[in-house]
Write a protein that binds this ligand. Sequence first.
Ligand SMILES: [Ca+2]
Ligand SMILES: [Ca+2]
Ligand SMILES: [Ca+2]
Ligand SMILES: [Ca+2]
Length: 366
Amino acid sequence: MTRRLIALTLGVATSLAPSSQAQTFTTVFSDTFDGGVSRSTWPKVEGKINVFPMQYLEGSSTSGHKDHTGNGGQAATEIPNNPFPYAAYHEFEALPQLNILRVGAWIWQDVERPLCTAEAWPVRGMVGLTSLPGEALALPPGPMGPNVVYPYDDFAFIGVEMPVSNNPEDPVQKFYRWRTKTDGWNLSSVPRKADFVCHGAQTWRHVEIVVHPYSGQVGDIEFFIDGQLVGQGHRAPGPDGTGVPLRRIQLGSRFPEEQDATDVRPPYSYEFFWFDDVELSTASPCHEPRADVDGDADVDQVDFGLLQRCYTGPNPITPYDLTACGCLDIDADWTIDATDLNSFSSCYSGPTLRADASCDAGTPLP
Ligand SMILES: [Ca+2]
Ligand SMILES: [Ca+2]
Ligand SMILES: [Ca+2]
Ligand SMILES: [Ca+2]
């Protein structure tokens, strides 16, 4: 490593500021819905709730011409309908577990039930990420008939969820909510309306869910509304010590998992919801180069110390800690061994000397 240090000592050594933590996101999937809602891109969720199957989302051309994109196109529409629940999804390929996953979308709620009435209007429009569904379960019949539902190992949702209270003064009536499998429903401080008064204006709101590599800690999932952090939750643990992979974007009023014989809340919505400009993107949590574990732009003994702590050898007995060590697994084979050490050495710069950011560019994430 000393030789390498000498070889890379070019120019004047300067005191380096820590590199920016702002990740560069790459778009994996996006949809403006301007030409309507493709039923192959957005199939409906399978399953039935109280006999009734999920519905496709519709284009907005027949229901008010809402369009966030701003070019006169359409948005995706969830139509008020009793008893049909709306739940359409877009499935995407499994991504490396070390990826940061982000889904964003715009939501418009049409009117203001139940803000200005004491009636218990079911109102629900949500954006979410889910794992792939499990095997269909036939549950005991609900109030209107048999249920066929699909369990999910993990999910994260944000949007407007039907209040369990019919009191207009209850906070659950007023604000966007978020939910994970682990954390349940939580209230944000962002109101559903632009003007939080009876008959005040509705507005588009941008919702975003960011899923970090699994650590098991709060903050693995973050929720944003209009760019502000409004909630932090947990990912569900998977069988291999990392998080359950999230593989679907879902839009609509409901997913079938939770409508069982004891859940009497209806699965539909008495309001239009519009969804637009959905975007799925990913980013690497690693610094450039990946060998700069502490993010101070050099690759030095501090980074090497971290590699030593992560070192597993070629036949690990226990897996390494993904969030602490994953960036050092340069060949994504779930070991930190000689191959990874060689790559690290080739990136070595020495204390306060800026490392070559591209020395391990293009290497796969575990
Ligand atoms: Ca649009
Ligand atoms: Ca460093
Ligand atoms: Ca490796
Ligand atoms: Ca350093």
